[in-house]
Design a protein around this ligand. Structure first.
Ligand code: BG6
Length: 465
């Protein structure tokens, strides 16, 4: 093909959004509140502050009303796949309701039908940040075993309803984020925070395995995967202590996918739990549930690599996706301090494939930036094109290395609300949405320069890169 990149012919090019960051309509048609609806104002103080009074998730970009037009724009770019999530509280407003909410179920029927009409496969995450708030209030969230049963019921309900429409599923978004932002995903912290985190994580892992089981039973021709927030930890120096620190940090991420892809707690768990004084309450059937229900593919988000040292003292730090690390002097950073490292994507692919030998799926990658809407409503975002071009090439190199990659879903193909900062002005889209952090704007959509570029990439299956 005359250049160095090649993608499989059925490669799933597309984009990824989440319900909470796009839909808005937070109280429409019977939807219940999620932790994300209340967190920026009423929740515990996050490390990166959410700006009080700023444009937020309640209206988001009103995908709830605009989904048809937005899907038409995705189709115009030639998307083969759209990753989105179902809002649990549209289906079960309190998380534990006896009957599902028909209006919520109908909304996703409409969205999936519209995608399929446009030749786009839905890839659906069961839970992407918007855990039902009333489950935290009434049960203490994921700390409580009851949540496992409720999650399984929710999963079975949507598998039954959408079994003819959705063939790609993900259980929980970035499951490892529970380590860094427990409140954000519905965990209540007790005296020993690690005890709360790992007990909740155990419940999530069992719930995830039960969802895999249900999916395999109800939709035998579907594939269901786990999902990590992946970022390789590089040692700050070649000092063995720094290298070992990097290894331990990587282990803390892979802990989760080890269980979801291999079916058992990894060898380093015993030592880890001893150090953190964690004693898990494990039910007799849990081991079997975990070992019998392995995911079909391993998906992940990738935005950056992180750098780490044994001794952090006196070293320059930088921020990252919900948690940061040390500044790496060899690579540039985005306007939010996220370190831009396309080769890190290829490294991550190797780390995961080596460990699990299961197909991979890149379900988030992209550049958040301040974009400028010109007078003529154009947006010149060549920086986004450069960022994505290098990451697509890295993915192609990984494929060439022998790794099976199902697809690449670019994060936020349409501008949406940032998860870590609650900002609207941190934009990822190929499509500009006229709304700013203060709520100004009319939600009109405009195509950025990157829109036309991505369309060409998909049309040529990456040959134009
Ligand atoms: C991932 C999340 O962590 O990163 C997304 O799954 C999120 O929901 C994305 O939006 C980018 O992060 P941010 O903070 O720039 O929105």
């Amino acid at each position: 093909m005359g250049n160095e990149v090649e993608f499989p012919k059925d490669f799933l090019w597309g984009g990824a959004i989440s319900a909470i960051q796009t839909e808005g309509a937070f109280d429409k048609d019977g939807r219940g509140l999620s932790v994300f609806d209340v967190y920026p104002k009423g929740g515990p103080t996050p490390t990166i502050p959410f700006s009080e009074g700023r444009y937020n998730y309640k209206e988001a970009i009103d995908f709830y009303s605009n989904y048809k037009d937005d899907i038409a724009l995705f189709a115009e770019m030639g998307f083969k796949v759209l990753r989105t999530s179902i809002s649990w509280t549209r289906i079960f407003p309190s998380g534990d309701d006896v009957e599902p909410n028909e209006k919520g179920l109908q909304f996703y029927d409409d969205v999936f039908d519209e995608l399929l009409r446009n030749g786009i496969q839905p890839l659906v995450t069961l839970l992407h940040l918007d855990f039902p708030y009333s489950l935290v209030e009434n049960y203490g969230g994921w700390n409580n075993r009851k949540t496992v049963e409720l999650f399984e019921r929710y999963a079975r309900t949507v598998f039954e309803r959408y079994k003819d429409k959705v063939k790609y599923w993900i259980t929980l978004n970035e499951i490892n984020i529970i380590l860094h932002r427990p409140h954000l995903v519905g965990v209540s912290l007790g005296e020993n925070k690690y005890q709360s985190i790992y007990q909740s994580a155990h419940h999530q892992l069992v719930a995830s395995a039960l969802a895999v089981k249900a999916c395999h039973e109800i939709i035998p021709d579907a594939k269901i995967g786990c999902m990590l927030g992946a970022m390789p930890f590089y040692p700050y120096s070649c000092k063995p202590e720094d290298v070992f620190e990097g290894l331990l940090r990587d282990q803390s991420t892979f802990f989760f996918s080890d269980i979801q892809a291999k079916g058992y707690y990894p060898y380093f768990t015993k030592k880890l739990f001893k150090e953190k004084k964690v004693t898990l309450d494990i039910q007799p059937e849990d081991e079997r549930i975990l070992s019998e229900n392995l995911v079909d593919f391993v998906s992940f988000s990738y935005y950056m690599s992180l750098t780490i040292a044994k001794d952090l003292h006196g070293k320059e730090t930088t921020s990252g996706n919900l948690f940061g690390g040390l500044k790496n002097p060899y690579i540039p950073s985005s306007e939010w301090g996220w370190q831009i490292d396309p080769l890190g994507l290829r490294i991550t692919m190797h780390q995961l494939y080596q460990r699990y030998e299961k197909p991979l799926f890149i379900v988030e990658n992209g550049l958040g930036s301040f974009d400028k809407l010109e007078e003529d409503k154009s947006v010149h975002d060549q920086y986004r094109v450069e960022y994505l071009k290098e990451h697509f090439k890295a993915a192609a190199n990984g494929i060439e290395d022998g790794i099976e990659l199902l697809g690449f879903a670019v994060w936020g193909p349409i501008d949406l609300v940032s998860a870590s900062t609650g900002q609207m002005n941190k934009r990822y889209g190929f499509i500009y949405v006229d709304k700013d952090d203060d709520g100004n704007g009319n939600l009109e959509r405009y195509k950025k320069d990157s829109f036309y570029w991505y369309k060409e990439v998909i049309a040529t299956n990456g040959e134009s890169l």
